[in-house]
Design a protein around this ligand. Structure first.
Ligand code: SAM
Length: 203
């Protein structure tokens, strides 16, 4: 990570922590995931949004596609907020506890910022940071998500250059996914991609 990227990470953390204390509100990464999902998800699809936060992404997918969407989060405050929007909400760690082989799509905007030396140990840290390499949540998610997907099911996951796009893609390929970029955006010192992960998909 360059000095500029380190500074960008610190600024992102500081800005978000000034805004919210318990639940991650919609940001540019959320909107990028919405953009990719509404383009690809169909009205008869069964969708799981992992780490739903405020429920913004799941609600947009319901509204724009009419798909059936379940929203889950490890954070009880997030489940409460998403549930208040009328979403079917489940408190869960990643995809644990969901029935195997049922979802057409799993969506995830994960915590991906490499953690600074100081860790706050609160819900906003859990929403934003993921270990010193930013992979602490992405790694177990990618290792387990295939279990809940149908054979032709796919994943849409946000990835950041602040984590390292190449290392996220390499991890996804190692667990057996084909990887294409569904959509992408650039910000000062950061690029965000929504990765589309599946098997035998057309690029
Ligand atoms: C970057 S926020 C995204 C929130 C929302 N989906 C959005 O795009 O605005 C990441 C979310 O993942 C949740 N999360 C973090 N670790 C998790 C885990 N192990 N299992 C389930 N959810 C987790 C956090 O509580 C947080 O709500």
């Amino acid at each position: 990570m360059t000095d500029e990227e380190r500074r960008a990470t610190r600024e992102r953390l500081a800005a978000r922590r000034g805004l919210e204390t318990t639940v991650y509100g919609p940001a540019e990464d959320s909107e990028l995931l919405v953009e990719a999902a509404v383009e690809l998800v169909g009205p008869t699809d069964l969708v799981l949004e992992v780490g739903t936060g405020s429920g913004h992404v799941a609600a947009a997918v319901v509204r724009e596609t009419e798909a059936t969407v379940y929203a889950s989060d490890i954070n009880p405050h997030a489940c409460e907020q998403a549930g208040a929007r009328g979403l079917e909400t489940v408190r869960a760690t990643l995809t644990r506890g969901f029935r195997p082989g049922v979802f057409d799509w799993v969506l995830f905007n994960p915590p991906y910022l490499p953690a600074p030396e100081k860790s706050w140990g609160d819900w906003m840290s859990a929403a934003l940071t993921a270990g010193t390499d930013g992979m602490a949540v992405i790694d177990p998610f990618l290792a387990g998500v295939s279990e809940v997907l149908r054979a032709d099911g796919e994943v849409l996951m946000v990835a950041s250059s602040l984590t390292g796009l190449a290392s996220v893609e390499e991890t996804a390929r190692k667990v057996g996914f084909d990887v294409v970029t569904a959509t992408s955006d650039r910000f000062p010192f950061e690029r965000l991609d929504v990765l589309r992960l599946g098997n035998n998909q057309e690029a």
